[in-house]
Structure formats: structure tokens, C-alpha cells
Design a protein around this ligand. Structure first.
Ligand code: HEM
Length: 225
């Protein structure tokens, strides 16, 4: 299937065959989210274990990292909130996703031609998105509790213990999601990374990977003519 895409994209190189997948605003926000997440990942790992403390040196040392980590947490949450605002409709799970989910093994084996057509985002992308949205709520709540931990009276120490547990475990869930996301979007699916840089995909790419979305766009442009 990948070679199919390659030959299709070769014939679809003309500007007319390009489709806007991400607006400038969506792209800027995505990369802002990616950068803030990278900072949180580096500093969070440095706080979590002495084995990773050397990472703090990459971003100005331990106390600088401790000062900025919560602020970057707020910035990342704001970025995710923006993604939620932009994409929540397109991320709705529907019957096409359930059908896709039942044959996800074909996706893992790279047999995309055996997958049912998908909307703007496939089921895996939707699960990633919702996983990140719910995680950020938990990270934000537990993070604020840890930020103002001295303000908590000793009688509420279990709030602190729970916040530590939630913050670290949810952070690890997001690391798993993040690694899968980068691998699937930026490495495995040729053309995706470019779409998050200049915004466009070939018609062949859209037809191959997100056919319902492609048909909707084509239908909408035909009805305007
Ligand atoms: C260096 C890190 C990252 C890289 C290289 C990267 C790459 C990409 C690419 C190439 C796409 C387009 C996928 C497509 O349309 O087929 C994408 C979409 C997306 N990215 Fe990222 N991303 C990164 C970090 C993040 C982070 C930290 C988040 C946090 C939530 C995120 C959230 C999303 C979402 C929600 C989408 C749309 C759905 C999806 O494709 O999964 N990305 N990303």
C-alpha cells in the first residue's frame, strides 16, 4: 500500500491536486504544544529519577527547570485546550471508527488497503487525542497540587501523596502515547510530517488514508461549482 501511495503521489504532484489538511493556526499551535511537551518531558524525567537528572543541565540546571516546569505545564495545557477547540468535532468516534478498530491488526501489519475508509482522523489518532486530553486534565490538577504543596496542611498530606502518584503515572501514559504518535505520524506515514509543516497533502494521500474526509471535501467543492 505504501508503494501505491508513492506512485499516486508522484502523479498528484500538481498544485491542483493538493488539499489543505492543517491551517496555519492549527500548525503553529501543534508545534507550540510539541515544544512545550518536549520541555516537560525533559524536566519531568530529570525530577523523577537521579539517573535522568543530567537532562536538567540541557535546559539551564535543576532550579531553573523547577521554576519553569509548572509554567510550561500551563502553556502545554493551553495548547491542548486550543486543539480541543479546533478538532473536537473531527475527533468524534463514530461507526466508521468502530469498524476500523475491529481490524486494527491490518493497520499494525501495514496492510492499509484492508482497512475501512476513515474520516479526517483515524481511530488511532482519535484515541491518542482523547488520551492526551484526559491526561492533561489529571496532570493539571495534580500539578497544581504539587506546585502549592507547602500550602497544604499536614492533615491533607494524602492529597500530596495522591498527586505525586497521579502526576507520575499519567506522565508515563502520555510518554507512551507521545512515542506512538511520533512514530506513526512522523515516521511511518509518509506525507504526514510535511502536512504538519506546510499544511497540505496530495489528493492521493487523502484518498488513501482518509477517504471519507476526501469524499466530503470533493463533494463540498463540487457543490460550490
Ligand atoms: C516532536 C513531536 C511531534 C511530532 C514530530 C508530531 C507530528 C505530527 C504529525 C506529522 C501530525 C500529522 C498527522 C496526520 O495528519 O496524519 C500530527 C498530528 C497531531 N499531533 Fe503531533 N507531533 C508531535 C507532538 C505532539 C504532541 C506533544 C501532541 C500533544 C497532544 C500532539 C498532538 C497531535 C494531534 C492531536 C494531532 C492530530 C491527530 C493525529 O495525527 O494524531 N503532537 N503530529
Amino acid at each position: 500500500m505504501r508503494s501505491n501511495v508513492a506512485s499516486r503521489s508522484a502523479s498528484a504532484s500538481h498544485e491542483d491536486d493538493m488539499i489543505l489538511r492543517y491551517t496555519l493556526g492549527e500548525r503553529l499551535n501543534h508545534w507550540f504544544g510539541a515544544l512545550t511537551y518536549a520541555y516537560l518531558l525533559i524536566t519531568g524525567l530529570a525530577f523523577w529519577s537521579p539517573y535522568f537528572f543530567w537532562l536538567a543541565a540541557l535546559v539551564g540546571g535543576g532550579s531553573t527547570a523547577r521554576f519553569w516546569h509548572p509554567w510550561f505545564g500551563l502553556a502545554f495545557s493551553a495548547s491542548l485546550f486550543w486543539m480541543f477547540k479546533d478538532w473536537r468535532q473531527d475527533m468524534r468516534v463514530d461507526n466508521s471508527d468502530r469498524a476500523w478498530g475491529r481490524v486494527i491488526s491490518n493497520y499494525i501489519r501495514n496492510e492499509d488497503d484492508k482497512l475501512p475508509p476513515t474520516t479526517r482522523f483515524n481511530y488511532g489518532q482519535k484515541l491518542f487525542f482523547w488520551g492526551m486530553c484526559y491526561s492533561v486534565i489529571l496532570l493539571l490538577l495534580s500539578g497544581v497540587a504539587l506546585w502549592y504543596t507547602e500550602a497544604l496542611p499536614w492533615s491533607l498530606r494524602y492529597v500530596r501523596y495522591t498527586a505525586i502518584l497521579i502526576h507520575a503515572s499519567v506522565a508515563f501514559i502520555t510518554i507512551g502515547l507521545f512515542l506512538i504518535h511520533v512514530y506513526m505520524s512522523a515516521i511511518l506515514e509518509k506525507g504526514s510530517l510535511a502536512s504538519m509543516i506546510h499544511g497540505k497533502v496530495t489528493a492521493a494521500w487523502a484518498w488513501t488514508f482518509h477517504r471519507i474526509w476526501y469524499d466530503d471535501l470533493r463533494g463540498a467543492s463540487r457543490s460550490k461549482q
